[in-house]
Design a protein around this ligand. Sequence first.
Ligand code: ADP
Length: 192
Amino acid sequence: MSARLVIMGPQGSGKGTQALRLAERFGVPTISTGDIFRANIKGSTALGLLAQSYTAKGDLVPDSVTNDMVKDRLAQPDAAGGFILDGYPRNAAQVTALDAILADLDTRLDAVAELVADRDELLARLARRAEIEGREDDTELAIARRLDIYDEQTAPLTSAYDARGLLVRVDGTGDIDEVTARLVAALDPVVR
Ligand code: ADP
């Protein structure tokens, strides 16, 4: 089986957790742009230093940087049999870039899963996460900025994917296992 998936959802929707579970289920790697940036920031690489000036404020890292990074990652051998993209694409330009990257690799997406949850639930989960993980960008200001960017730039992408017949919308509320079960039920029929 191969699965080429994008998982989308606002901050706090549980997308990172679910991405890992789907990766295990479908036997493919998770590619999280946020995780790659955080690893580079931790390792003080040139990419990390550049990314940090954006991530700390909740702003997007410039597309030119992010698109090249994803292009390199998707070309790695472990992604040849599929992948779960988490946190990418996040704006219209990244959708176009991803189309080109996948066309170059002679492949395409099987589905785009969107996790849906209302803003009150998201804010409650993010407040808990801020206490537990202490992420630099989980301040009230940076969270608000990321949710605004999600609403303005990322949420509209789901209509574009819906128009292509790729979108699967899943209720992200309830416990983690329940959400995984919903995702698997929705995605099983569409992965090749
Ligand atoms: P969250 O979903 O909580 O915002 P992520 O781990 O997905 O967390 O992203 C953390 C930060 O990394 C973002 O706020 C942004 O600065 C940067 N980032 C992640 N993915 C992208 C992307 N596709 N394009 C630009 N910047 C990104």
